[in-house]
Ligand binder design. Structure first.
Ligand code: PAF
Length: 279
């Protein structure tokens, strides 16, 4: 593995691309979910570039940005095991943004105005800005993103088309711990007690999926709200079932088995999201 702190440090052999390049953009605090993306990228490309950059413009809350886990040395240690065809890029903000730490503006259409977009103003514009930078700077053959951030994956797929880039955007399944909790860098911020409670998020999603076979959306919404009312440490921010590509929410009287269920909850100070295929 080789580590580059700046684009200018990449040797010429990196830039003459006679090989396929897989890119795994991350904000660090790497867990098995990230490592599964790296493994898939390695299996499908000659070389793999992992970017580790905590992107300030995608945080709508300064405290959240400040508390985001920073574990660069541990991260590099984890990916060093993947061998010599791995590069890590760990830029600083000025390399990407210059003097103005601001997002660009993209037409992300209605993909941006629902769920995470509603709760986190400007979040996806920040994500799009940094992902455009990575895609345009390195022109990877493929770029890998987890379905844990499913809305982000749809937005990046849209962005890639909007910008007319040739990278293939590859979505990868959610990786869960044995108790069902979706892997996330934020899990490290949970207290021991909160960590025990957190798997109930996935139980709520599984309940919705089970009910979707027989009931319309409105009844499922009622049941999911009742479930989280009972598990009151988990503050439900939203549960939404939506079309998997357009993210348009179902009507209350529709069956939702062809959709995806999305959830955001607060557990103590930590906000967690998850989703499930309803079919
Ligand atoms: O999913 C993430 O870790 C980030 O949103 C991404 C895609 C690396 C952009 O900062």
């Amino acid at each position: 593995m080789e580590v580059f702190n700046s684009f200018h440090e990449f040797p010429q052999r990196f830039l003459d691309k006679s090989y396929s390049l897989g890119m795994v953009p991350t904000m660090g605090a790497l867990h098995d979910g990230h490592l599964s993306l790296v493994e898939k990228a390695i299996s499908e490309n000659d070389k793999v570039l992992i970017t580790i950059f905590i992107n300030p413009t995608q945080f709508d809350d300064d405290k959240d940005l400040m508390n985001y886990p920073r574990e660069l040395q541990k991260d590099l240690e984890k990916i060093s095991h993947f061998g010599e065809n791995i590069w890590a890029y760990t830029p600083n903000a000025s390399e990407i943004y210059g003097e103005h730490l601001e997002s660009k503006h993209y037409d992300l259409n209605s993909l941006e105005t629902v769920m995470e977009g509603k709760s986190r103003a400007g979040h996806f514009q920040g994500v799009a800005t940094v992902v455009e930078y990575f895609l345009k700077t390195f022109s990877p053959t493929r770029a890998y993103f987890g379905e844990k951030d499913y809305q982000q994956l749809q937005i990046i797929t849209h962005l890639n088309e909007l910008l007319g880039l040739s990278t293939e955007i590859v979505g990868c399944p959610i990786v869960r711990t044995s108790d069902g909790l979706a892997m996330s860098s934020r899990n490290a911020l949970l207290t021991v007690e909160e960590r025990k409670i957190a798997p109930q998020i996935y139980q709520g999603l599984q309940l919705a999926k089970k009910l979707a076979k027989d009931y319309i959306y409105k009844s499922i919404l009622d049941e999911v709200h009742a479930f989280f009312h009972k598990h009151s440490e988990l503050k439900l921010e939203y549960f939404t079932a939506a079309d998997p590509s357009t993210l348009v929410e179902f009507e209350p009287d529709e069956k939702i088995t062809r959709g995806r269920g999305f959830i955001a909850v607060r557990l103590g100070k930590i906000r967690l999201i998850d989703n499930i295929n309803m079919s």
